[in-house]
Design a protein around this ligand. Structure first.
Ligand SMILES: [Fe+2]
Ligand SMILES: [Fe+2]
Length: 283
């Protein structure tokens, strides 16, 4: 891909659909420790469709709430404020992400399902890790591959070249860099920057294929990297997200995890991915 094409690609990012207004407001609330339930209720009141989606999600067995959640206020009480905001954001990005991605041989819904699987794995890893307290991991994990939505439109013509390089054992994101001059992780980070996501979310997306980069800072980077690796299916290894095959030992050490725990994480993903994918699909 020549420089002109890269420029064209970056201009496409500038015209990428904007984050729905409610999602943008919620992001601001997530950053503000003083946010109250009343403020969240105020925003959601104007968006009954979204409220319905969020309640459907809150009632999913994945979140393990025994009582039926019937109102925003109740959802905040039972799930906590941060979790509720994360679910609202997830509802907002669903519309953008549940689409076929032309260039990566990804059928409709596949990227969304993979993203949900990585979110489940990421939450399980946070729970298992001795070194990570509590991390708002759901959102960065859900969004980690969002750059593929953009690159997918360009990668078609470059797919053969990227595949050829990747088939010689080069990680997929590196092959993208070699052919396109950028990769889906960087493009995703740029989209989220435009959407004014918090810096931790942007960083976790930017470094999800390069957790040992000297620029990475937060534990969220390690978690999303590892969760993504654990959620690679045999199919991915063949095409869409072929990447590092060796786990970074530094990441495992930083997180205070034991490789023996990873099978449990995979089991948890298998157990919940259908449930959560169903809860996160809105008509
Ligand atoms: Fe990726
Ligand atoms: Fe991925």
């Amino acid at each position: 891909m020549n420089q002109a094409n890269i420029k064209d690609l970056l201009s496409k990012i500038k015209t990428f659909p904007s984050m729905p207004a409610t999602g943008a407001k919620m992001l601001k609330m997530l950053e503000n420790p003083e946010t109250t339930v009343d403020e969240i209720e105020d925003v959601l009141r104007h968006d009954p469709g979204l409220t319905g989606n969020v309640l459907k999600l809150a009632n999913s067995a994945y979140f393990g709430i025994p009582a039926k959640v019937a109102s925003t206020r109740q959802a905040v009480l039972l799930l906590g404020l941060r979790k509720l905001i994360q679910l609202v954001i997830a509802s907002c990005v669903n519309a953008v992400m549940d689409k076929p991605v032309p260039g990566y041989n990804l059928p409709p819904g596949d990227l969304w399902r993979h993203s949900i699987a990585v979110s489940i794995a990421a939450e399980a890893l946070v729970k298992d890790s001795h070194n990570v307290e509590s991390e708002d991991i759901f959102t960065p994990a859900l969004l980690h591959d969002i750059g593929k939505l953009i690159l997918g439109h360009f990668i078609k013509e470059a797919q053969e070249d990227i595949d050829k390089i990747a088939s010689s054992g080069v990680p997929y994101a590196v092959a993208e860099q070699m052919v396109l001059g950028t990769d889906h992780a960087e493009v995703g980070a740029q989209v989220l920057t435009q959407w004014s996501f918090p810096q931790e979310v942007i960083d976790a997306v930017r470094w999800h294929h390069g957790p040992d980069s000297p620029d990475r800072k937060a534990a969220a980077v390690d978690i999303v990297y590892l969760a993504n690796l654990l959620c690679q299916t045999a199919d991915d290894a063949e095409n869409a997200d072929r990447q590092e095959t060796d786990l970074s030992p530094a990441v495992v050490e930083r997180l205070g995890l034991d490789i023996g725990q990873f099978d449990d994480v995979k089991t948890r993903v298998a157990e919940w991915v259908d449930e959560l994918a169903e809860a996160l699909t809105f008509n």
